[in-house]
Design a protein around this ligand. Structure first.
Ligand SMILES: Nc1ncnc2c1ncn2[C@@H]1O[C@H](COP(=O)(O)OP(=O)(O)OP(=O)(O)O)[C@@H](O)[C@H]1O
Length: 295
């Protein structure tokens, strides 16, 4: 069973607690979305998983074995992150050769094929690439390493909509052809919701949600209509937030919908992941909890 077990990991930087007793399992052959607001602890977690930084306490186990001083375990994970570890001025095609040394299952032919699909010129030095193409270069490697665990930290940073679309398609294709465990950290929640199976939400260094996307979204619904009617309807409901626009109001509610009690003139929809995320990660007293449009 290929799994990553994170056991009670904590990490502080000075007086900032980046991870606070985090325990989580990333199971075999699943695509996870790792979501969290800026500074929530996502990159710290991914860096600890791959031993790029060390936790103050806790441990990471791959298939039950600690990753500390364990090259085999570490070789089974690939982290695509903001940092590039290739020598300066190295050309992309040479970086592919270099990668093969460290990741023997790296498929150079496939990397070149998808580079072509993105119109990435592999004769160019890595440092000459734009922000978007730097991400594309890293994507071509991440999708070709063929490790059991692929961790992607903001993989679509700087990518235009067409290239993001291509990336999601290739990711799904990769996952179907070579099932593996993929963890994607991103702020593009709606887009990623199309490809992820499970969702992990991290807030101030703590995991606040870890469940299937479907289960999370089925936990609630939205109700929209005139403010007075919606306010009456939601009185005894578990409201996690609302938006107001003029006399109209949309409330985000946790709980099962009972259609027979819905008043006339209100519309209901399923929760969407981005809305739910915003509501779940708004802090108490955060006035973003009510979004008053100035339109
Ligand atoms: N090397 C470091 N030195 C000092 N503080 C750090 C360091 N790395 C992370 N932090 C702090 O730890 C917290 C978590 O940072 P982290 O980069 O893990 O967040 P993140 O969820 O990836 O954020 P973002 O979405 O903005 O990239 C932040 O408060 C950050 O400032």
């Amino acid at each position: 069973m290929n799994s990553i077990e994170v056991k009670d990991i904590s990490k502080t930087f000075g007086d900032v607690c980046a991870l606070d007793h985090v325990t989580i399992n990333f199971e075999q052959n699943k695509i996870y979305g790792l979501l969290g607001r800026n500074g929530a602890g996502k990159s710290t977690l991914l860096n600890i998983l791959t031993n790029r930084i060390f936790p103050d306490s806790g441990q990471v186990l791959i298939n039950g074995i600690s990753t500390t001083n364990n090259d085999t375990a570490l070789g089974s994970m690939y982290l695509m992150s903001e940092k590039t570890y290739y020598p300066e001025k190295m050309k992309i095609k040479d970086a592919y050769k270099w990668t093969k040394i460290f990741y023997p299952d790296f498929d150079e032919t496939y990397a070149k094929k998808i580079a072509q699909m993105f119109k990435l010129n592999i004769k160019k030095p890595i440092t000459s690439l734009s922000t978007g193409y730097t991400s594309i270069f890293k994507i071509t490697i991440a999708l070709s390493v063929n490790t059991p665990f692929i961790l992607l930290d903001e993989p679509v940073l700087g990518l235009d909509a067409n290239h993001r679309d291509l990336f999601y398609k290739l990711l799904i294709e990769k996952f179907s052809d070579h099932p593996c465990t993929i963890v994607i950290s991103t702020h593009l929640i709606e887009e990623v919701s199309q490809v992820i199976e499970d969702i992990v939400i991290i807030q101030d260094g703590k995991i606040i949600r870890n469940e299937s996307c479907e289960a999370l979204l089925s936990k609630g619904y939205t109700v929209s209509g005139s403010k007075t009617i919606v306010d009456t309807y939601i009185q005894y409901k578990n409201v996690i937030g609302y938006d107001s626009l003029g006399g109209l109001k949309t409330a985000y509610i946790l709980g099962e919908i009972n259609k027979s009690t819905l008043p006339d003139g209100v519309e209901t929809t399923k929760l969407d992941l981005q809305r739910l995320f915003i509501q779940l990660t708004n802090e108490l007293g955060d006035d973003r909890n009510e979004f008053e449009s100035s339109l």
